[in-house]
Write a protein that binds this ligand. Structure first.
Ligand code: C5P
Length: 291
């Protein structure tokens, strides 16, 4: 975060689902989840400034069909009666990629509003506002490493790994989260056991590793190119690869940036977008949900 002549600049991090299990379908049509989520060092950059109305601009040629920053600021105006905010967004995190970029931007917009207008709204109300914007948004009020449950609104921060590096690969086509969830079958549901054990392993400081993703079999059925991308990443890294969220970004644990960058060059030769990132501990801005 930095502030120059009342412009607040915020770096909103991406997330990975180190494990994600779908436990079943809820009466409200959403799915009951358990996930270990982790913020990583890949960021969108946003600027916020108090203004007479809400005005959002996305820089470059990015097409955002569902602009979550605009929705977050509109919600903040309705709920907390702020005058307005002017914002610009520079997208770096791939869109509709399973990396939570739009959700992180929305959480950054809520936290920026709190900062700019010195709101004293408690964490519980921020979570409610975040959940109204999308299932992944509440996590970004906490960031770092967390066990995420329910529809995505029950967050338990867990010990942050001392050092964890990941190689991300995106095969370059967007995936609709709603499409993947709606193709889930009861056979894809599981107990949450693998994800809870991964959370326990993180808490006691075990080496970083991956759990499972209940959405991966469905997503690879719907998008066969995704299965090829996962196989290639596993061949290159010699380690298991996992889908993040509903994808299509896939990732693997690497021992450090040098090994990661060797893998990155090999994956880029296939024409994939690829990055090496590390786990980051903090939200984009001071948050009422983090002491
Ligand atoms: O909450 P959000 O709008 O991000 O969710 C996108 C879609 O993903 C929802 O419309 C729903 O189909 C699906 N979803 C779900 N269960 C969740 C989260 C998302 O079924 N816990």
């Amino acid at each position: 975060m930095s502030a120059t002549s009342d412009v607040l600049t915020v770096h909103a991090p991406a997330k990975l689902n180190l494990s994600l299990e779908v436990l079943g379908k809820r009466p409200d049509g959403y799915h009951e989840l358990v996930s270990v989520m982790q913020t990583v060092s890949l960021y969108d950059t946003l600027n916020f400034q108090p203004h007479a109305c809400i005005q959002t601009t996305t820089l470059g040629e990015v097409n955002l069909p569902n602009d979550l920053v605009d929705r977050a600021l509109t919600l903040a105006q309705e709920w907390w009666h702020i005058p307005g905010v002017r914002s610009t967004l520079q997208k770096i995190i791939p869109v509709a990629a399973g990396l939570g970029g739009g959700s992180s931007d929305a959480a950054a917009a809520l936290l920026a509003t709190r900062h700019l207008f010195a709101l004293s709204t408690p964490c519980t109300e921020f979570i409610e506002a975040a959940a109204a914007l999308g299932s992944d948004v509440p996590f970004f009020l906490f960031a770092g490493t967390a066990l995420v449950e329910g529809r995505g609104e029950r967050i338990t921060p867990i010990r942050h790994p001392d050092s964890a590096w990941y190689l991300l690969v995106n095969p370059g086509f967007p995936i609709s989260t709603a499409d993947v969830f709606s193709a889930l079958e009861p056979e894809d549901w599981s107990s949450g056991h693998v994800t809870h054990s991964l959370a326990s392993a993180v808490i006691i400081g075990e080496e970083p590793r991956l759990g499972v993703n209940s959405l991966q079999p469905v997503a690879t059925r719907l998008y066969p190119d995704l299965a090829r991308c996962i196989r290639r990443l596993e061949d290159v890294s010699g380690a298991p690869a996992l889908l993040s969220g509903s994808g299509p970004t896939v990732f693997t644990v690497v021992s450090g940036p040098d090994v990661g960058n060797q893998g990155r060059s090999r994956m880029e030769r296939y024409g994939y977008w690829s990055r090496v990132v590390t786990a980051v501990p903090s939200p984009a801005l001071p948050s009422p949900c983090r002491s």
